[in-house]
Design a protein. Structure first.
Length: 346
């Protein structure tokens, strides 16, 4: 009668006057799965206990002299878990706010406005997204902006750099493995696909994927299921795929380095990130932002860029793009002995 008040915890006896505890447990979990249920009873049948735990009971306590201590211990554990869940929810909201793409991705140039339009289109669907751009242009930042502004924002964003893992380990990393699947597999491991279930999986440097694994990746994407290394059991997955590369995938297909069928499967919605040298005054907007952030983090006075320093920044080619600009202005602020950052500081 009082479930609408949403108690944190309900304690039940297995034997009740008008029904048994398992029936009431089912009802509670169907209507309010977040309520934690503890069963307390003299019933010691192990099959009954296992069944109640499968139905969602948090604990099953057999009536005995130490019932008070056991109950207190379970309640304290639930309290800790609820605190962690609350903290995770708070952190997710903070991350979502951080990756509001209109504030996290900085720039006002026409080419960046086109990028914002594509992010807006991508975030409203589950379409696969392929992000192209030179190194240091912010491909992962765009991937996060898409995820944290999409319907999947409350689930995991899992990033995986294909080039950072040896080709013989990539299957285990992405699909997971069973205990004993190979030498050193001491326990079952969940892969990135399962980690990202209901969320987003970001595959960076996708062009570096080994040719022998590409066919398995194609099947995983088409069938939306994977098989852990050392297992025959298929596992359904539901993760939004976002890939990135600094190479021209179409050219890689022509060269025979990348499967054509996988290329078309990953193409989806393409977002081309412009190099910094094509973004005009965005260079100065970004430089100002990096100076402010670095100054606050290191208790340094936040300085302006002199006119000559601005001119120097605008006329640099930036082979390392935004990552390079960030390093340049952070070092300049560290070295500067004047009221303004001078060309020599750069």
């Amino acid at each position: 009668d009082h479930l609408h008040e949403l108690p944190d915890i309900v304690t039940l006896d297995y034997r009740l006057p008008d029904q048994n505890g398992s029936d009431l447990l089912k009802k509670i979990k169907q209507e309010h799965p977040e309520i934690q249920v503890i069963l307390i009873s003299e019933q010691e049948d192990i099959n009954t206990v296992v069944e109640l735990l499968k139905l969602g009971a948090k604990d099953y306590i057999i009536k005995s002299n130490d019932i008070r201590d056991r109950l207190l211990n379970t309640v304290q554990n639930i309290r800790k878990e609820m605190g962690l869940i609350s903290e995770i929810s708070k952190l997710r909201k903070e991350v979502q706010k951080k990756y509001n793409f209109k504030s996290s991705i900085i720039g006002e140039s026409q080419v960046m406005n086109q990028v914002y339009e594509m992010i807006e289109k991508a975030r409203n669907t589950n379409i696969t997204v392929s992000i192209y751009g030179e190194t240091g242009t912010g491909k992962e930042l765009v991937a996060k902006a898409i995820h944290y502004n999409s319907k999947r924002k409350d689930k995991s964003f899992v990033a995986f750099n294909v080039a950072a893992v040896p080709s013989e380990l990539i299957e285990s990393e992405l699909f997971g493995h069973e205990k004993g699947a190979f030498t050193g597999a001491a326990f079952r491991r969940i892969g990135k696909f399962e980690e990202a279930d209901e969320g987003s999986l970001f595959l960076d440097e996708i062009a570096e994927m080994d040719a022998s694994f590409q066919v398995k990746m194609l099947r995983a994407l088409q069938e939306k299921e994977i098989v852990r290394v050392g297992s025959n059991q298929t596992i359904k997955t539901d993760c939004r795929i976002i890939v990135a590369t600094n190479k021209n995938l179409k050219e890689e297909v022509k060269k025979g380095n990348f499967r054509e069928d996988l290329y078309y499967r990953l193409l989806g919605l393409s977002i081309e990130l412009p190099p910094l040298r094509e973004r005009g005054k965005d260079v100065l907007i970004l430089a100002k932002h990096f100076i402010e952030v670095f100054g606050k983090e290191n208790n340094l006075p936040v300085k302006k860029l002199s006119d000559k320093a601005q001119h120097k920044l605008l006329n640099h080619s930036y082979p390392g793009n935004i990552r390079e600009l960030k390093s340049i202005v952070e070092l300049a602020l560290t070295l500067s002995d004047h009221e303004e950052i001078q060309p020599a500081d750069l």
